[in-house]
Ligand binder design. Sequence first.
Ligand code: PLP
Length: 285
Amino acid sequence: RIAYVNGQYVAHSEAAVHVEDRGFQFADGVYEVCEVRQGQIIDLTRHLTRLDRSLSELKIASSMSRTALTLVVREVLRRNRVKNGIFYMQVTRGAARRDHFFPAADTPPTLVITAKSTDPSLMAKKYASGISVITVPENRWDRVDIKTVGLLPNVLAKQQARDAGAQDAIFVDRNGIVMEGASSNVWIVAADGTLVTRPAEHGILRGVTRTTLLDVTEILNFKVEEREFQMDELLAAREVFFTSATGSCVPIVAVDGKPIANGHPGTVSSSIRNAFFDVAEKTPI
Ligand code: PLP
């Protein structure tokens, strides 16, 4: 495998950043994960737009133009022969002697891009069986709208889920309001058949997959409401599912050990997932 690190293509096993990198020292960096399917990058424009927003919210300079970044991404995918898989981009505020204050303005940001192939049949199994999740108290900072590499609450939540025999976790605030998954957004099909997902103005990451799924639901003429919902509404829902770039639309069949509806994946999430690839933006490698 080949990785891109600050202007160079290097063997993945040797790829490294400096010990004083601010990503390592302070989680002072942002990232994006994009899906590649059938040789096409999914929703590249929306991911790059969100990357720009994350960088600007943290006042990190972008290290290259969008066109240049796209060329590098394509090169990393080609060198790794990825047809189905993901790529990961991370930008940090660069390497500088450890000090909380921003480093000198001429400190170059660190840019790392990696890619790997994934096995589509493993995802297909997840879609067929659905996953079980646990809920955990929301304990994150209030700028989770920025896609930073500071993911400790998410790491702990996912591990807690695994230790409990589940696959993933949902953050729920102190008032019982459902926030989002540890690496995904949450949707429900409410008792009356309406699709519901919480607003993304604050408190969650505005998922690219979420945005594209809103386009899909419009095309399929589903009734959708962007509003907050509580845990009791989720537990009474006909369907619950996660959306994220790595999984598109994953059915959730049990929450905290309680089955959702009949405990099997529903038809709404599968029809949305089937339409997703056609609606999403596709950029050839
Ligand atoms: N919410 C969180 C906390 C995430 O980490 C992610 C993706 O990693 C998402 C939501 C889904 O975002 P996207 O659809 O852009 O992958």
